[in-house]
Design a protein around this ligand. Structure first.
Ligand code: ADP
Ligand code: MG
Length: 292
C-alpha cells in the first residue's frame, strides 16, 4: 500500500510540474548516481534553424532546394521541418512528388524524386565523400560552432551542405551545475556528430558526451553507465529515446516530448523544466528519510 508520505510527495511534486507515475519511481529517484540526457529537444530547445546552405554551383539552386524540401516535407524530424521552412521562405520552390521515402532513424532519409535517388542526412550516412568533406574545411568549422551539418547527395555526389543551429535551453547550464554539485554524474547522448556534440556539451557544462549514438547504441551506453553507477536516470523527448528511457532505472520525459517518450517514462517534467529534476531528487531523498 502507498504510504501517506509518498502520496503527499507525489501530489506536491505534481503541483510543481513533476509527474511521478508511481511511488516506486520517487523512491528510485532518491538513489540515482548518474543521469544521461538526450541532446536535441532535451538540453537544447529542439527547434533548429538553417544558418548556412552551400549548393553545388553546377546545379540550379532553386531546383536543388525544391528536391530537398519535397523529401524533408515527408519527414517529421525537427531538422527536416527546419529545412523545409528555410527552403519555402527563401525561394520559389515547387514541391515535387516523392517516391519510396525511407527513414533511417538517427541517420537521415532516402527518397526518389523524378528519376533520381537522393540521400539526406549526416556524413556517415551519406558515405565516403561526405566523410572526407568533414575532415577539414567548411563542414568541420560549422560543426565546431555547435551546428548540425546535413548533406544532400544524389547517386553521383554531394550536391548540398547545410548547417542547422539549435540553441541550448537557457536553464540547461544551471540545471546541470546543480546536479553536479549534488554529486550526480552527467552524460549527453546524441546521434549528432562528435564536433557538434563537443560544442554543445561544453556549452551545457556536462561531464561526458557520447556522439554518433544510434537509438540502439543509446541503450548500450545506458547499460555501461548502469554497470558503473548502479542507479541511473535518462532524460529524453523523442521517439528515439523511448528504448533508453525504458532501460534506465528512472526514465524522465520532457513534457512537450513525443507520445512515445511520455508513455515510456516513469516521470514527466510537465514544463520541459530541467531544474525540476534536482528539486524532485531532493524531495525524494527527504521523503525516504521520513518513510524509513
Ligand atoms: P539527436 O540524438 O541529436 O536527437 P537524431 O538521432 O534524431 O539526433 O539524428 C541524428 C542525426 O541524423 C542528425 O544530426 C542528422 O544529421 C541526421 N538526420 C536524422 N534524420 C534526418 C532528416 N530527416 N534529415 C536530415 N538529417 C537527418
Ligand atoms: Mg531529442
Amino acid at each position: 500500500s502507498i504510504m501517506p508520505a509518498t502520496l503527499s510527495a507525489i501530489s506536491s511534486s505534481a503541483r510543481h510540474g513533476v509527474l511521478f507515475k508511481g511511488g516506486v519511481h520517487l523512491e528510485n529517484l532518491s538513489h540515482i548516481k548518474a543521469i544521461a540526457f538526450d541532446k536535441t529537444g532535451t538540453l537544447t530547445n529542439g527547434s533548429p534553424e538553417v544558418t548556412d546552405m552551400y549548393i553545388d554551383p553546377l546545379y540550379n539552386k532553386e531546383d536543388v532546394l525544391a528536391v530537398i524540401a519535397s523529401i524533408e516535407q515527408e519527414s517529421n524530424h525537427p531538422l527536416a521541418q527546419a529545412i523545409v521552412h528555410y527552403a519555402v521562405n527563401r525561394s520559389n520552390v515547387t514541391l515535387q512528388p516523392v517516391e519510396n521515402m525511407k527513414n533511417f532513424s538517427g541517420q537521415g532519409v532516402t527518397a526518389v524524386v523524378g528519376e533520381e535517388t537522393w540521400k539526406i542526412g549526416n556524413a556517415n550516412f551519406i558515405g565516403e565523400t561526405a566523410a572526407e568533406m568533414f575532415q577539414d574545411g567548411a563542414a568541420l568549422r560549422l560543426a565546431s560552432e555547435g551546428k548540425t551539418v546535413v548533406f544532400a547527395a544524389n547517386e553521383d555526389r554531394v550536391i548540398a551542405i547545410m548547417a542547422l543551429k539549435d540553441t541550448v535551453r537557457a536553464e540547461t547550464k544551471q540545471a546541470i551545475k546543480v546536479l553536479k554539485d549534488h554529486g550526480i554524474y552527467t552524460v549527453m547522448l546524441t546521434g549528432d556528430n562528435t564536433k557538434t556534440a563537443e560544442a554543445i556539451a561544453e556549452e551545457s557544462g556536462i561531464d561526458q558526451f557520447v556522439a554518433e549514438c544510434m537509438p540502439d547504441k543509446k541503450v548500450g551506453e545506458l547499460k555501461k553507465l548502469k554497470k558503473r553507477f548502479k542507479q541511473i536516470a535518462m532524460v529524453g523527448d523523442g521517439i528515439n529515446d523511448a528504448p533508453a528511457l525504458a532501460a534506465a532505472n528512472v526514465g524522465i520525459a520532457m513534457g512537450e516530448g513525443t507520445d512515445a517518450a511520455l508513455e515510456t517514462a516513469d516521470v514527466v517534467l510537465m514544463k520541459n523544466d530541467l531544474p525540476r529534476i534536482a528539486k524532485a531528487m531532493k524531495l525524494s531523498q527527504r521523503m525516504n528519510r521520513v518513510v524509513k
